[in-house]
Every structure is written in structure tokens, then in C-alpha cells.
Design a protein around this ligand. Structure first.
Ligand code: B12
Length: 455
């Protein structure tokens, strides 16, 4: 690929550090660009930087992506490298940065970046920008007191709630009924309900009754596409002008038709509405403890997802994917030189993943808390939920060692009735140690799992 006079070599996603080093050497690269979308990428970027340094490489590294920040770049990355590490807010700024760093005034530009990073490190060290944190135990005790005032949902309330699903479409109705154990006499074809064969496919070691869980394959795109958020679709493309949006959406509709006609994507998932209770800030489901974090910032609501779980008494856990089948299809298009089509299919699959989540676990049921979101920032909890729902057994989704769901166009989370959205933010040492203990993982590793909450 060539952009602005530069030859760009796309190494892909989840590339091993050694492969990046080898590519830099092979192609005599002048710049390395690293992208990080979710928190585990932050740690991986540091690993990459160290590998580059070990190989004696000093070319400028440009980092960006949703999870990165100027602070992380200055504090955690730049000191690990002998060359320049530049944070960029937007990939479209890369060319500007490259132009500045190859111009006669490159030294001045670089000096400016180094000075800014030094200032950020000083700010970080002085901690002056940090709001004070409350005592964790004290805030937990207050929350537990509040929980006693409004006691957890009784069994009856839970059962009542389960039957109050706002049912919209036929597939959804049948689907949710199956999730509750009432398998309808006629399941729509779009729902290949794993319930029908679940007793065979589930391992006998599984402690919860299989009828509480529904796995599905081949969910009908027709039932899902109405939930597509076209504004988000255009935002992902970075397209803002109305007329450009129209053209883009028309192209997308054509691609959608093709995806349907040729049965390219296999929409899959597992969903389970299960009774839960809480112990401290742990959500307990079928004997499994899912530790949650609590906001500790003085002056904010010191909430934990566990508070909402205590109130609701039940949670719908889910893992869904719209990416099964995409890779092969996109690769085929790329081979034929159709980069545009390949990206179009990818962005559509992203949107279909969101739309599928909306279809099978509508937001109206409660707020969605996905692992990695600000309310529940620890991505590693996906491992526990994947095991609980036997996601890897029932679907083609796989969780990588860095807790990314493969295929990428997937979502794993929980819907908690009555819950609202909040951010945990920075936590203090007392909560870090408590969380590490509850999670059964060393504080050092916890720091790498939730670095943005530790700063
Ligand atoms: C679309 C989206 C999705 C899609 C697609 C994800 C994908 N592409 O793989 C779907 C719905 C599948 C999804 C799933 C998840 N998501 Co999501 N998602 C987003 C969202 C809304 C937009 C991301 C996006 O594609 N933007 C458009 C593209 C073009 O932007 P971009 O990739 O960020 O790139 C731009 C810049 O960042 C920058 N840039 C990017 N890379 C680079 C590199 C360099 C060198 C430079 C200079 C610049 C640069 O330039 C680009 C162009 O402007 C963000 C929110 C946000 N505000 O970013 C959350 C977000 C990334 N997701 C998040 C999470 C947690 C998840 C899930 C883990 C949730 C879950 N538990 O299931 C899953 C991941 C599933 C998995 N596979 O493991 C979090 C990550 C938080 C964190 N710190 O870890 C975010 C930030 C939402 C949030 N606020 O909490 N997600």
C-alpha cells in the first residue's frame, strides 16, 4: 500500500514482536506504527518497544488507537526506547508527523515532543492532577449497608423479572424462551438452538442446568440488520459529509446483500440468564466468583457493578460473534485487489456484532457491562465467563492469551437489569491488594491487566 509517498507494509493484527523486528530489518523501515484498541495492547506495545531496542533499532515509533494516551506513551513507553516514541490521536495524522520528522526542522519538532513527554512524566510523578481516593473497605461497608436497606431481589422477583422480557420479534421470543428453559415447539430456522442438543454437547462436569443456557449458530442476519447503527458505521469509516455517507451506506447495503446471499457470516453466540448473589464486591454465579472493582474517587458515586448485581439478583451473560467466516472472505477479496470490499465487510461485521447483541440481549433489559469497559475494566474476566458458558465448546469463538476474542468482531459481557453506566477510574493500593487477593492473581499481574486504573 502506498500513502503520501510512503510505502506502507501492513503486518496485520496480533503480530509477534520478533516478526515486527524482522520486518523492520528486512524492509529497512523508517518508521514503525503500532495500534492498540483494548487495554492488553498497552502491555504488548511495551514488549514490542523492548524487542526493538534489544535489536539495536532506533527508528521512530508512532503509537495510536483507542486505548493509548500521551501519558502512557510518555511514562511507560518512551523511557524504554532509545529512539523517539510519538503518540498520535488519529492515524490520519501519521503523514503529518512523518513529514515533520523528515523535514529540515525535524530536530526542533523532535525536541518539542521530548519536552512535552518530560513534562507529562513530571506531572505523573508529582501526582498533582490526581483526585484523592477514599478508603476502599469503608466505601464497600457503606455499599453493603445500602444493599441491606434495599434487599437483593427475592427468588420470586427474579422469576417475575425473567418473564417480563420485552419481546419484539418472533425469533427473539423463541430465543429468550429457550434461554429460560421453555423450548418452543417450533423454533425458527434462524435459530439453530444448541438447547436441542445441549445435553450431549455440555460436559457432565458443568454444574448448572443446561436449560439455562442457549447457544446458537446461523442467526438470521435479516432479523439483526434492523439494529445496525449507521451513524457508528460512518464514524468507523471517518466519513462525515452527508453525501459521502449516502454513498457509503449504499455500498454497504450491496455488501450486506452479498453477505446474506452467499451465507458468508455465521452469526453465533451463547447466552444465559442466571441467578446471582454478591459477596462483598464479588458477583457469585453458579459458585463462580467474578470480582468487580469499585470507584474510589472522593466526590464521585463510589459504585461497583456488584451493587447493581445485588439489586437485580440475576444477570444475563453473553458472548456473541458476527465475525465467523469473515477472515476467509476478506482475504479472498484482498487477493483480488478489493481492499475497499474487504474493509467494508469488516466494518459491517463490527456493526452486525453490536446489532446481534442488541437483538438477543436488548439494551432495554438493562445496561450492558462488557469486560474491558470503564465499569468493568479487567479483560481477563472474559476467561471466566467463557468457561462458565462453555463458549469455546459451543461456538467458533476463541479467547487469546491476551484476552482478545477471535474473531475480533465479537462481544462478551453481561446485562444487569436496572444497572447504569459509570467508570471505576483510578483505584488505590488498598483496593489493588484486595482485588488481587479476591482474583487469586498477584498484584504485579493485576497491574498489567488494569494499568489505566492504577496510574
Ligand atoms: C467499533 C468498536 C468495537 C467493534 C469492533 C472492534 C474492532 N474493530 O476490532 C466491536 C463491536 C466488535 C467491539 C468489540 C469490543 N470492544 Co470495542 N469499541 C469500538 C469503538 C466504539 C470504536 C473503535 C473503532 O473501530 N473506531 C474507528 C476506528 C477507525 O478507530 P480506531 O481503531 O480507534 O482508529 C483511529 C484512532 O484510534 C487512530 N489510530 C488507531 N490505530 C492507530 C495507530 C497509530 C500508529 C496511530 C498514529 C493512530 C491510530 O486512528 C484511527 C483513525 O482515526 C471503541 C470506542 C472508541 N471510542 O474508540 C470501542 C472500544 C475500543 N471497545 C472496547 C472494548 C472493551 C471492547 C470489547 C473488549 C468489549 C467486550 N467485552 O466484548 C470487545 C472486544 C472483543 C474482542 N474481539 O476481544 C473499549 C476498549 C477499552 C479498553 N481500554 O480496553 C472501547 C475503547 C470502548 C470503551 N470506551 O470502553 N468494539
Amino acid at each position: 500500500m502506498a500513502v503520501g509517498g510512503c510505502e506502507i507494509i501492513d503486518l496485520g493484527v496480533m503480530v509477534e514482536p520478533a516478526a515486527i523486528v524482522a520486518a523492520v530489518q528486512e524492509h529497512h523501515a523508517n518508521f514503525v506504527c503500532l495500534s492498540g484498541l483494548i487495554t492488553p495492547s498497552l502491555e504488548q506495545m511495551i514488549v514490542v518497544i523492548r524487542e526493538l531496542r534489544r535489536a539495536g533499532i532506533t527508528i521512530t515509533v508512532i503509537v495510536g488507537g483507542a486505548t493509548t494516551s500521551p501519558m502512557h506513551t510518555a511514562v511507560k513507553m518512551a523511557p524504554e526506547y532509545d529512539g523517539l516514541v510519538v503518540h498520535s490521536t488519529d492515524a490520519s495524522r501519521n503523514m503529518q508527523i512523518i513529514t515533520s520528522l523528515t523535514s529540515p526542522t525535524a530536530r526542533v519538532f523532535a525536541a518539542g515532543i521530548l519536552a512535552d513527554q518530560k513534562r507529562l512524566r513530571e506531572l505523573y510523578a508529582s501526582a498533582q492532577d490526581r483526585r484523592p481516593l477514599a478508603d476502599y473497605r469503608e466505601r464497600l461497608a457503606e455499599a453493603e449497608f445500602q444493599r441491606q436497606l434495599s434487599p437483593a431481589a427475592s427468588e420470586e422477583k427474579v422469576r417475575e423479572g425473567e418473564h417480563q422480557h420485552k419481546l419484539k420479534s418472533e425469533p427473539e421470543r423463541s430465543f429468550l424462551a429457550a434461554a429460560e428453559g421453555e423450548i418452543p415447539a417450533t423454533a425458527p430456522e434462524s435459530l439453530c438452538l444448541a438447547n436441542f442438543e445441549i445435553s450431549e454437547r455440555y460436559s457432565p462436569a458443568q454444574s448448572f442446568p443446561p436449560q439455562n443456557v442457549a447457544g446458537f449458530h446461523h442467526y438470521d442476519i435479516v432479523a439483526v440488520e434492523r439494529h445496525i447503527d449507521w451513524d457508528m458505521f460512518c464514524a468507523e469509516w471517518g466519513v462525515k459529509k452527508e453525501e459521502d455517507k449516502k454513498q457509503l451506506i449504499a455500498d454497504a447495503q450491496q455488501m450486506l446483500e452479498r453477505l446474506k446471499r452467499e451465507n458468508i457470516l455465521d452469526l453465533q453466540g451463547v447466552i444465559a440468564t442466571l441467578p446471582v448473589h454478591v459477596e462483598g464486591d464479588d458477583i457469585v454465579v453458579q459458585g463462580l466468583h467474578l470480582p468487580m472493582l469499585r470507584n474510589q474517587t472522593i466526590g464521585e458515586d463510589n459504585l461497583s457493578v456488584a451493587d447493581f448485581a445485588a439489586e437485580a439478583g440475576r444477570i444475563t451473560f453473553f458472548a456473541i460473534s458476527a465475525g465467523v467466516g469473515l477472515k476467509q472472505f476478506a482475504e479472498g477479496l484482498r487477493k483480488d485487489g478489493d481492499e475497499y470490499g474487504a474493509f467494508m465487510a469488516k466494518v459491517l461485521a463490527d456493526r452486525l456484532a453490536e446489532a446481534l447483541a442488541e437483538e438477543v440481549v436488548p439494551a432495554a433489559e438493562g445496561e450492558r457491562h462488557a469486560f474491558g469497559y470503564p465499569s468493568c475494566p479487567d479483560h481477563s474476566l472474559k476467561r471466566d465467563v467463557f468457561d462458565l458458558l462453555q463458549v469455546e465448546h459451543l461456538t467458533n469463538m476463541r479467547l487469546t492469551d491476551s484476552y482478545m476474542i477471535d474473531p475480533a468482531e465479537s462481544i462478551c459481557g453481561m446485562i444487569i437489569p436496572g444497572a447504569r453506566y459509570f467508570a471505576v477510574g483510578r483505584i488505590a493500593e488498598d483496593q489493588l491488594l484486595d482485588y488481587a487477593h479476591r482474583r487469586g492473581i498477584s498484584p504485579e499481574i493485576i497491574k498489567t491487566l488494569i494499568p489505566r486504573n492504577i496510574q
